[in-house]
Design a protein around this ligand. Structure first.
Ligand SMILES: [Zn+2]
Length: 182
């Protein structure tokens, strides 16, 4: 109880993290992908309506959760929306990172036709994305915690924005995240 209160209080001071985002990340980590998908879809639609910077990743995570839940047909529109937003916003490096991950996740699950469909569709909406972006060079960035301490999202070096040499911004909630103290 005490500890929980302390954690809540600290969060409140640090930044308002929507509880629905924490719930979505928790459901995803627990393997409750159907529930996670519903929550991420709601969060993504809200962020999208506001033109929020985190809308693309949230759509992609909603789509991923649907795919993991075996609901491929429901997941593909979210994946397209996420990738489409990166293209619209001309965030080509992020588009290339996200499309590489999405296509390999689909193929890993045997969804080869779906991967091919998305690949073909991407060439129509962002034909030149690959000219703008190259795969990330090996990076000497500090090692981040595996999960955002604020919202609980899994952190990936190619999905965070680096604010400075040691600080990254969580792609899901916008909290600054640093290498954990040794
Ligand atoms: Zn976060």
């Amino acid at each position: 109880m005490r500890r929980r209160f302390h954690r809540q209080a600290r969060k409140a001071f640090a930044r308002q993290i929507p509880p629905i985002l924490q719930e979505a990340n928790l459901a995803f980590d627990k393997g409750d992908f159907g529930r996670a998908a519903e929550l991420f879809e709601r969060i993504a639609e809200g962020a999208d309506a506001r033109g929020g910077p985190r809308a693309p990743l949230l759509h992609l995570q909603a789509g991923r959760a649907r795919i993991y839940a075996g609901q491929t047909a429901l997941g593909l529109p979210s994946i397209k929306r996420g990738l489409g937003l990166f293209a619209e916003r001309r965030q080509f490096q992020r588009l290339v990172n996200a499309q590489t991950r999405a296509l390999s996740e689909l193929k890993e699950r045997g969804l080869v036709n779906e991967a091919a469909e998305i690949d073909a569709w991407l060439k129509t909406i962002a034909p030149s994305a690959n000219e703008f972006a190259t795969p990330l060079p090996p990076s000497k960035k500090p090692v981040l915690p595996t999960h955002c301490p604020q919202c609980g999202a899994a952190l990936r070096p190619d999905e965070v924005e680096w604010l400075d040499e040691v600080t990254a911004e969580c792609g899901y909630c916008g909290s600054p995240v640093r290498e954990e103290d040794p």
